[in-house]
Design a protein around this ligand. Structure first.
Ligand SMILES: Cc1ncc(COP(=O)(O)O)c(C=O)c1O
Length: 349
């Protein structure tokens, strides 16, 4: 992790805002710049851009514990949630946490117009709320608003026990925590945070039984095994694998995504998790907060945001607290800086 941290620019000191947007590694920026240069000078090779997507798909598969044929590429999270919501039937019951990020829940609230029902329960009561009527549980593994993290093993067991599918949003932890996407029907992430990609890149890992249920509502030329053979005319030609759900790629985004994801794979997500969780735990312990198995620390204390900003710490205000996020480019100095800035404040538990 220490070696990988060299891949980022030093101006990152005090940057504790990966929960809003991750830092682009230098090599990803260079690839993006080279792509821009080729675009500017009329040397862009559209077919060669496919290699960036293929590399990104393979790296995302490695980070999510699946094979590349289980991965669909997209631009943002919500279109994937919309595909899952579109597969539900009238009367299907969906369970979500209260205060969940809206890109995940709005598509299901729209599906309520077709007779789907959505129930929100407190995050900490989600597992016990799963029952025989639950068709789908849709949640973020790590909550955007305050960093609360769920035990994914317990989630998989509870959902399997009741025959419910899970749509797991890993936007706030893929790349920072090991994820075994084989345990859930759908696992998806927007990639511009912990996966360090340019915004405009997203992944869905889908299990074979669940893939059959999804209608590829946004079918397009790229969702074919050989996209360049599917650019004109009938009949409908879609890949058999998850690629059938691909959105045609925004090329510059993927030029930057491939090297960023490969950096994470080379570093190893277990090593990154150990690092990120250790730093977050150190901050929590220093503030007298209870432990949480995630890389985001939410601090509720009057004046905290102003103190952190004055100390040069970049964090984000969310849900009445300040959110500090630790990733591979952070180190103990960042924790010390935040602790010094918050010293003496009364922090609510
Ligand atoms: C949990 C979660 N999901 C999804 C997103 C982003 O959604 P989208 O890709 O639709 O912009 C965010 C952004 O903050 C998030 O925190």
């Amino acid at each position: 992790v220490a070696v990988a941290a060299e891949a980022f620019d030093g101006t990152a000191r005090g940057y504790l805002d990966t929960a809003t947007v991750g830092l682009g590694p230098r090599r990803a920026f260079d690839a993006l710049a080279a792509h821009g240069e080729a675009w500017r000078t009329g040397r862009l090779d559209a077919a060669a851009c496919d290699a960036d997507v293929a590399r990104s798909r393979a790296a995302a598969a490695a980070l999510l514990g699946v094979t590349p044929d289980a991965i669909a590429v997209g631009s943002h999270f919500s279109p994937f949630a919309a595909l899952v919501a579109g597969s539900l039937r009238p009367g299907d019951a969906v369970l979500v946490p209260e205060g969940e990020f809206t890109s995940l829940i709005f598509p299901f609230l729209v599906a309520e117009r077709r007779g789907v029902t959505v129930t929100a329960v407190p995050f900490e009561r989600l597992l016990e709320a799963i029952g025989g009527r639950t068709r789908l549980v849709a949640l973020s593994a790590v909550q955007s608003r305050d960093g609360a993290a769920l035990d994914l093993d317990a989630l998989a067991m509870a959902a399997d026990h009741h025959g419910a599918d899970v749509l797991l949003d890993v936007t706030q932890c893929a790349g920072a925590l090991p994820i075994d996407a084989t345990r859930f029907a759908y696992v998806a992430a927007s990639a511009y945070k912990w996966l360090l990609c340019p915004r405009g890149t997203a992944f869905l890992a889908v299990r074979p039984h669940a893939l059959e249920r999804l209608t590829p509502h946004a079918a397009n030329w790229y969702a074919n095994d050989d996209p360049w053979d599917a650019i004109y005319g009938l009949p409908l030609r879609l890949a058999a694998a998850a690629r059938r759900l691909d959105v045609s790629p925004a090329w510059p985004c993927w030029a930057g995504a491939a090297p960023a994801l490969e950096l994470l794979v080379a570093c190893g997500v277990d090593a990154i998790a150990e690092h990120d969780l250790r730093l977050a735990a150190r901050l929590r312990a220093g503030l007298g907060l209870p432990p949480v198995a995630g890389p985001i620390v939410s601090v509720r204390a009057g004046g905290a945001a102003a103190r952190l900003a004055a100390a040069g710490v970049r964090a984000s205000a969310r849900a009445g607290g300040v959110r500090l996020a630790f990733h591979l480019y952070n180190n103990d100095h960042d924790v010390d800086r935040a602790l010094e800035a918050l010293d003496g404040l009364e922090v609510s538990r």
